[in-house]
Design a protein around this ligand. Sequence first.
Ligand code: PMP
Length: 452
Amino acid sequence: PDEVYTERTTQSRAHMERARKVMPGGMTANIKHFAPYPITINRASGSKFYDVDGNEYIDYLMGYGALILGHAHPHVREAIVRQVEEDGTWLFGTPHDREVTMATRIQKHFPSMEQIRYANSGTEANLLAVRLAMAHTNKYKIAKFEGHYHGAIDSLLLSIHPSKSDAGEQEDPQAVPDSGGMSPEVANETIILPFNDIKSCARILEQHKDELAAVIIEPMEGGIIAPKQRFLQQLRKVTNKLGILLIFDEVKTAFRSAMDGVQGVYDVTPDLTTIGKVVGGGFPFGVVGGKATIMEQSSPLNGTDIFAGEDSEASQKALFHSGTYNGHPLILAAGIATLDVLEQEYDALVARTDRFREELTHLFRKHDIPMKTVGSGAMFSVLLTERQEINHYRDLQKCDHDSRKKLDKALFEAGVYTKPGNRYSLSVVHDDEALTKTLEAYDRVIPEVIRY
Ligand code: PMP
């Protein structure tokens, strides 16, 4: 298959040769890389995009989930153009009314976000959430879950993909750095928890309760693995009891797994929530929100304005939050327009996604290949496995990822794209024609690629 791949992508290869001269590995983000070199895309329309060799693909990557309306949805495009024309700029650097419009709109779906601050990515949002939690509790360790990603933050860049040899027991996962260049100390500052195992979580949290500011969790692991029925409620109970804050990272799941997030579906109220991706309409964006008593620490009205130069006790405890681009008008215009459309079309999108998942499942059954889809709302993964239940990162590890990646690459030739091994993100413009074409491609490719 690699020969077919290189034949169809000669311009992508040439692009990567140029890119590697000026960027490490030719990449601006390591997640974009796969062997021997990724496809270079330079044009998109609706649910499709086109590579530099002129090949057309149905795009299921959708900007790693951000583009829930597809590429350049007319309503979002109009909002962006209108904003620039009416406002006469794309950056004020002052308060402006769309900041409030967006906050109100988010609160309609996420009532737990009583007060809101903006940032420029999910990473930045989590950075602020962690700082708020530490300031609020006067404790300085964080607990996170094995397999969960929260962005490029040293204290959270641990045990996302631990190798089997140093990950520890499933019930007692160890902190393993996911990057070079991190102080060995961070592994001592962060406690690792096992997802969907409340007994082990309660035991570990009890042990560290005096140092722990917060537990941060992807409440739907990786955006695809569902929490067990009462797991999140129990985690809420345990953290409340121990005086540890609970942070839901809904960067992937907000407005994609469900309009009201995983917290809406499972009826759990975290202390802080972070969201991103969809809510930025495809632009760099992140939001932190939560209990007013916690969020208020960042208010300049309570004597914590560090620029005031005051030497009061309050200013010494100042919680710093700033950013040149926070509340960027263009991003808010795109985000609000995205939510406008999504509120109308989300239910139909989910119904279409569910049907598509069912049809894919039937197709694999027809070819007698064990397969399971996991996920919810408009995002799911195709796992090659006989396992009935996927409850945890370690269950995921046991699936046949090699065949899955081969399948994804073979699908390129049939015009179906997701980054090999990645999840499927659908958009409101993935219509029946696109989905049927995808199913036909799978039908051809499965017997060619998977042989057990
Ligand atoms: N948290 C989660 C759950 C994510 O999925 C991501 C990005 N994939 C992030 C945080 C980081 O967001 P960003 O890439 O916008 O920094």
